[in-house]
Design a protein around this ligand. Structure first.
Ligand SMILES: Nc1ncnc2c1ncn2[C@@H]1O[C@H](COP(=O)(O)OP(=O)(O)OP(=O)(O)O)[C@@H](O)[C@H]1O
Ligand SMILES: [Mg+2]
Length: 244
């Protein structure tokens, strides 16, 4: 199924190639020639300060805020401008910023909405997330922040076969020990082979979870490197990420 574009580079197995995205909100230019790539099995982080364009990048990939120009190649095929539903059907799933679960639906009902079918798939979810198993009949809005994040991730794993999972600030607003729980879950998913693009403001979490990191600043990708390289580069950590 991969075409020439995806197989020309020796040894590479590209899942996603974002090339020169330019995205606008009305007249306001939010992304400037944003490019990034993700290979199968990789965990890639996109980090940057408030308003840098992280969420907009995910929204452009997902087709929610389509780019004015540029390409979003999934398995070598350009999907820029496709509807979010179609992008999901083709294999990109995302967990939005702020989780956005349904507060008045139970855990199980939230899962059912995401799956669009009966319960049969959920045993796998409950095995993976025992906390959700115990809370099947609890209303989404009464779950703790960490549990809501688990539900949001569980929901993203349901539905059509997935080749890329995008997480927008999975640890935002969580207490430190809950951050660790979420990091464990995301780490385990990656170890199981899930390819990921993680947006994080928490640079420590990003460096812990990701193989490679892109730094975005006012809509421009300013740096790309391995987590190990970035960790060594104190100047960059301080100037772009505010890490002391
Ligand atoms: N719906 C919108 N309408 C107009 N401008 C927007 C809209 N959403 C975002 N922007 C602007 O686009 C820029 C990038 O925002 P974006 O939400 O992508 O940043 P971010 O890196 O995700 O920030 P944060 O860490 O605060 O979530 C910002 O200047 C923001 O004000
Ligand atoms: Mg954001």
């Amino acid at each position: 199924m991969s075409d020439a574009a995806a197989t020309t580079e020796e040894g590479s197995d590209s899942i996603l190639e974002v090339e020169n995205l330019n995205t606008f909100y009305g007249k306001s230019h939010a992304l400037f020639d944003v490019s990034l790539s993700i290979e199968r099995g990789e965990s890639v982080a996109l980090v940057g300060r408030n308003g840098a364009g992280k969420t907009t990048t995910l929204r452009s990939i997902m087709g929610i805020q389509p780019p004015k120009s540029g390409a979003v190649r999934l398995h070598g095929e350009d999907i820029a401008g496709r509807s979010p539903d179609e992008v999901r059907r083709r294999g990109i799933s995302w967990v939005p910023e702020g989780r956005r679960i349904f507060p008045d639906l139970t855990v199980r009902e939230n899962l059912r909405v995401a799956a669009g079918s009966g319960d049969e798939e959920f045993e796998e979810v409950y095995r993976r997330f025992p906390r959700l198993d115990e809370r099947r009949n609890q209303l989404g809005g009464t779950l703790s922040g960490g549990e809501q994040q688990m539900l949001a991730i569980a929901r993203a794993l349901l539905g059509p076969e997935m080749s890329l999972l995008m997480l927008d600030e999975p640890t935002e607003g969580l207490a430190p020990q809950i951050v660790d729980d979420v990091v464990d879950i995301v780490d385990r998913l990656n170890a199981e082979g899930v390819t990921m693009l993680i947006v994080e403001q928490n640079a420590q979490v990003a460096l812990e979870l990701a193989d490679r990191v892109y730094v975005i600043e006012t809509g421009h990708i300013e740096y790309e490197g391995t987590s190990a390289e970035l960790r060594e580069n104190r100047e960059l950590m301080e100037s772009y990420l505010g890490v002391q």
